[in-house]
Design a protein around this ligand. Sequence first.
Ligand SMILES: NC(=O)c1ccc[n+]([C@@H]2O[C@H](COP(=O)([O-])OP(=O)(O)OC[C@H]3O[C@@H](n4cnc5c(N)ncnc54)[C@H](OP(=O)(O)O)[C@@H]3O)[C@@H](O)[C@H]2O)c1
Length: 225
Amino acid sequence: MRPAEGQADIIFLMQVGGGTEQTQTMIDAARDGARIVLLSSVGARLFPLETNPIGAALAAREVLLRESGVDVTYLRPNTFASNSLWWLDGIRKGRVVDATGEGRTGVIDPEDIARVATTTLIEDGHVGKGYFLTGPEALTAREQVEIIASVTGRRIDYEGVTPGELAQAAIQRGTAPEQAHALERLNELLRAGRAGFVTDDVENITGTAPGTFRAWCERNADAFR
Ligand SMILES: NC(=O)c1ccc[n+]([C@@H]2O[C@H](COP(=O)([O-])OP(=O)(O)OC[C@H]3O[C@@H](n4cnc5c(N)ncnc54)[C@H](OP(=O)(O)O)[C@@H]3O)[C@@H](O)[C@H]2O)c1
């Protein structure tokens, strides 16, 4: 039977922007027996959420879905390898400024997230499960910068600042204080190593080990030019 107009049987839900409005829209669009694979984040599980507004927003979406009664699979990736493109200006100037210090993160290639999403969308057995998706190694930002330097053949220095200093600089450049302070809290968690873990979930679900940060950089080297 075809779903009623505007409804769907299998949904991949990636939300951009804040709030839970998009979540509710997709719950409403899920017909009886439908399945949603949600792209959430490890941030949704970095407690306490009272002091982690970015994680709290992600967790609120998970709660809404859990309470909706729809069949959901929760994908919680760690830091995307592609986040390193946020450093592009710094990379081109030869100096990356970062506030995560010695905190490691199990940085993941977005293509591995896509592979997991595809598998969990088409395969049975994933409803109600939550997966923590990581790459094969936990790296500091400095180590990521060194890999980018090695792959691109550029000299790139790493400058460590505190989360508070980074937030103040962002506010001076025009970032809304609320947004800057939310990022400050997230950087504090990352700096404390709270995302510095790796899991076997990508390999267990897809049968193939996740790729390294270096492999992602080599595949995307042109993006750093
Ligand atoms: N970045 C991370 O480390 C991380 C970690 C865990 C989870 N996540 C989750 O992953 C998702 C993406 O995060 P991100 O950091 O990659 O965000 P992002 O940098 O803002 O990228 C969002 C992407 O979505 C596209 N997009 C925006 N609106 C769309 C729409 N209506 N239909 C189709 N595509 C649309 C954008 O395309 P355009 O560029 O053309 O606008 C862009 O490619 C978010 O839900 C986030 O919570 C991110």
